[in-house]
Design a protein around this ligand. Sequence first.
Ligand SMILES: C[S@@+](CC[C@H](N)C(=O)[O-])C[C@H]1O[C@@H](n2cnc3c(N)ncnc32)[C@H](O)[C@@H]1O
Length: 219
Amino acid sequence: MAEINLMDCYPRSTRPIEERVAKTTDNDRAIARQFGKEFFDGDRLHGYGGYSYHPRFWEATVRRFRDYYRLHDNAHVLDVGCGKGFMLHDFKALMPDLTVAGVDISEYAIEQAIDDMRSFVSVGNAKELPYEDKSFDLVISINTVHNLPLEECKQAIREIQRVSKAHAFIVVDAWRSDDERRRMLMWNLTALTYMHVDDWEKLFIEVGYTGDSYWFIAE
Ligand SMILES: C[S@@+](CC[C@H](N)C(=O)[O-])C[C@H]1O[C@@H](n2cnc3c(N)ncnc32)[C@H](O)[C@@H]1O
């Protein structure tokens, strides 16, 4: 188990944190948590404010994953919380012989999946992955399992561990300082489980997670 920033090629975005906290209501959070059209392609107050494919998001990062994990051409890769399948699309473009699968709670995202990923992604819950033990060489889950309440979040991480035969990499909402905590509390729309990085590490040990991790920090 390692803390490793494999997201260092992912484009950084500026976050209008103060503006969001001033405007966001509990109703906005409830809308975002439905993970429907509003979350992906609605108002910025409810989520992404437009979730469209662009190679600049994942192209360099999937290369980073391939190189770090020394993935072989025929590897099996799962994305838990795959959204519209954009990361898997870029993985397949880089490594055409991969077997890819994606699962997401959002019917909207799966219906709107990028064309070539439609047959590889399905609606499902991270806490109950519909795959056999040790099915994947690499399981990735970016900014997803923290959307579950604590016990279900633990279950989701156990599931990621169960279906992985070699590697796993997850990114979760976290902080390392009081200031980062304050900013996370202002920025968070959908997460139900978020904590100090040291507490995540204890949680990983508690659930028997041996994969890698990194943090989404509200900067
Ligand atoms: C912040 S988005 C991240 C999407 C994608 N991983 C990315 O980085 O672009 C969180 C994703 O988690 C999905 N999600 C939320 N709860 C989930 C659950 N219990 N099981 C599976 N997916 C879930 C949402 O629908 C959404 O696609």
